[in-house]
Design a protein around this ligand. Structure first.
Ligand code: UD1
Length: 421
């Protein structure tokens, strides 16, 4: 198993280019199941999660020209041969986002059999809202041997209210609704940029979706869609992570190929910590001058501060001058990085859904263990700041969602290498 070895305290200098967004690419791959024909997708990040999803699509009879060794960011997909409707446990347990095939399979073929995702490290993560929406659209669902078995004739449009805005829930129901009979209205829908991007692609495929980017999305069902060429938006979480790396390692980075307007809450908080951020929407500079200041953070659905950057900003707060409170409102168990950060000397106490952080002057390198994707990124940021050597084991979590992380950081001056444990 690979581990990352980081020698801390090397300030960063140079340019990092942001890759395509994992969380935008996954629903867009799922959308190619909605119709036969050839799609050409650009700016696809080379990530383990993308490979897992394309393996699932291949199992379903779709032709995907993914080669893990190929550096190209283009993926050609031919979904004409879709011949199966099952997402097996082995793939869904590796990646919960596999649930995204449920809506498209059901609306194109009238049937789907998808393994029920179990709990995951960051919480129970139910899918009740996906299922309730599909039932309101007329699907017959039953749970058998750990699988959701779904059947439907042509789905019917319905009015669906989300008790809590769910990202993949909104995406699944949008994909189910585009081929349904009549109009579907999704209320209190999630409005993350990745959902907007999916909706824009579906409209390019000749779906009729209005209200994209708002919490009320109206979808008028159509009979047929067509394949398209499409480019994946930049990964706002990757961009936010590298902005925060400047906060922990020091120095100055140019970050390019991002969409800074997707990061307004993050940039505003980072400026309050004292980081200097300038530039335009697609290219910014981030510079650290002086000590970091404490700020309080509460994770919220978009456009609020993203839960996927909560672990990373906690490292900045661990090194800031003063006390801060980070409140996690999205997932109930997303503080596993705290125990690992404490091993590096951080002073953090968890009380319920809040972490109370008392900033200290320095962290000290130690062996730590990655527990989930974003927690792993926080350990890398901590390793960049720490005195001495930090060894991070179980880095396969990072490979799920950060393209070439150690190569990108080493190229801007970090002392980081991957080795076999
Ligand atoms: C997506 C992202 C993930 C991010 C999360 C929150 C993808 C592939 N993953 O995950 O990186 O951390 O959004 O921004 O895009 N909930 C229910 N019932 C449901 C569905 C969700 O109660 O049926 C709850 C969840 O437990 C959680 C909240 O809704 O408390 C938000 O979860 P959701 O937006 O669904 O997360 P994902 O789509 O799984």
């Amino acid at each position: 198993m690979d581990q990352l070895v980081i020698e801390g305290r090397h300030p960063l200098k140079g340019t990092i280019r942001i890759s395509g967004a994992k969380n935008a690419a996954l629903p867009i791959l799922a959308a190619t199941l909605l119709t036969g024909g050839t799609f050409r997708l650009q700016n696809i990040p080379r990530l383990v999660d993308i490979k897992t999803f394309t393996d699932l699509m291949t199992d379903l009879g779709v032709i995907v020209d993914y080669s893990a060794d190929n550096d190209s960011d283009v993926l050609n997909i031919d979904s004409s041969g879709l011949s199966d409707h099952e997402a097996p446990y082995d793939l869904v347990r590796k990646m919960r986002a596999s649930i995204l095939v449920l809506g498209p399979l059901l609306s194109r073929t009238g049937k789907a059999r998808v393994s029920l995702p179990g709990g995951c490290a960051i919480g129970a993560r139910p899918i009740n809202l996906h299922l309730k929406g599909l039932e309101l659209m007329g699907a017959k669902l039953r749970l058998k041997k750990g699988y959701i078995e779904a059947r439907a004739g042509r789905l019917n449009g319905a009015h669906i209210y989300f008790d809590t805005p769910s990202v993949t829930g909104t995406e699944n129901l949008m994909m189910a609704a585009v081929l349904a009979k009549g109009t579907t209205v999704l209320r209190n829908a999630a409005r993350e940029p990745e959902i907007l991007a999916l909706g824009q692609m579906l409209n390019q495929m000749e779906a009729k979706i209005k209200g994209l980017g708002s919490d009320t999305v109206k979808i008028e069902g159509v009979r047929k869609l067509r394949p398209v060429d499409w480019a994946i938006i930049p990964d706002r979480i990757e961009a936010g992570t590298y902005m925060m790396a400047v906060g922990t390692a020091g120095g100055e980075l140019i970050i390019e190929n991002l969409l800074a307007n997707h990061l307004e809450a993050v940039i505003s908080k980072l400026r309050s910590t004292g980081l200097q951020i300038e530039g335009d929407n697609t290219r910014i500079s981030v510079r650290k001058k002086g000590n970091l200041h404490s700020v309080d953070i509460k994770t919220l659905p978009y456009p609020g501060f993203p839960t996927d950057l909560q672990a990373q900003i906690m490292v900045l707060m661990a090194l800031a001058d003063g006390l801060s409170v980070i409140t996690e409102t999205i997932f109930e168990n997303r503080f596993m990085h705290v125990a690992e950060l404490r091993r590096l000397g951080a002073d953090i106490k968890v009380e319920g859904r809040s972490a109370l952080i008392k900033g200290i002057n320095e962290l000290n390198g130690a062996p730590v263990m990655a527990t989930d994707l974003r927690a792993s990124a926080s350990l890398v940021l901590a390793g960049l700041a720490a005195k001495g050597t930090t060894t991070i084991s179980r880095v396969y979590h990072l490979d799920r969602g950060y393209e070439c992380l150690e190569r990108k950081l080493a190229a801007v001056g970090a002392n980081i290498k991957r080795e076999k444990a």
